[in-house]
Write a protein of this length. Structure first.
Length: 53
């Protein structure tokens, strides 16, 4: 965890659980091709969704 945080200055304490949740969000909120364009895999809204932005 310290190697990841060394590159990004963070003002609040970040736990391993926070990093695990962030990694899950990155894996879940990805673009998925649909006939009418790219949609967020999780929310089915136009990509990039609010969380991906």
């Amino acid at each position: 965890m310290s190697a990841v945080l060394a590159d990004f200055p963070v003002l609040t304490p970040v736990t391993d659980e926070d990093l695990a949740l962030a990694a899950l969000a990155v894996r879940v909120h990805v673009p998925e091709p649909w006939p009418h364009g790219l949609l967020c895999r999780s929310e089915r809204v136009p990509y990039p969704c609010r969380l991906a932005r």
